[in-house]
Design a protein around this ligand. Sequence first.
Ligand SMILES: [Zn+2]
Length: 118
Amino acid sequence: MICSNCRRDIADNSNFCYYCGARQVVAPSGQPTVQRRLMRSSTDSKIAGVCGGFAEYLGADSTVIRLIWLLAFIFSGFIPGGLAYIVAWLVMPLAPLYVPTATQAPSHAAAPQSTQTA
Ligand SMILES: [Zn+2]
């Protein structure tokens, strides 16, 4: 990033400039702010995205969450686990589907190379 005061190149996400000491106001870079909200996953879902949402919230593997939930479902005698899933389904909002903007870099990899030497 560039210092807003002296226009010298400083490390990204710096709070202060090394050279002039000016406080850096980090402009919103268009990236979504990381919000840890418990929401049903709209991308990682088998039934309603509850397990996927828990996995995203906890930063865990959704398969592990599903396995734990399934085991709890079986060993709780099906009703409490099933009720817990339905309650979570009703309570947890569905996460908005985040569609990343596709940045297509032009590829100049296939530039012709002349290997012949005269
Ligand atoms: Zn500066």
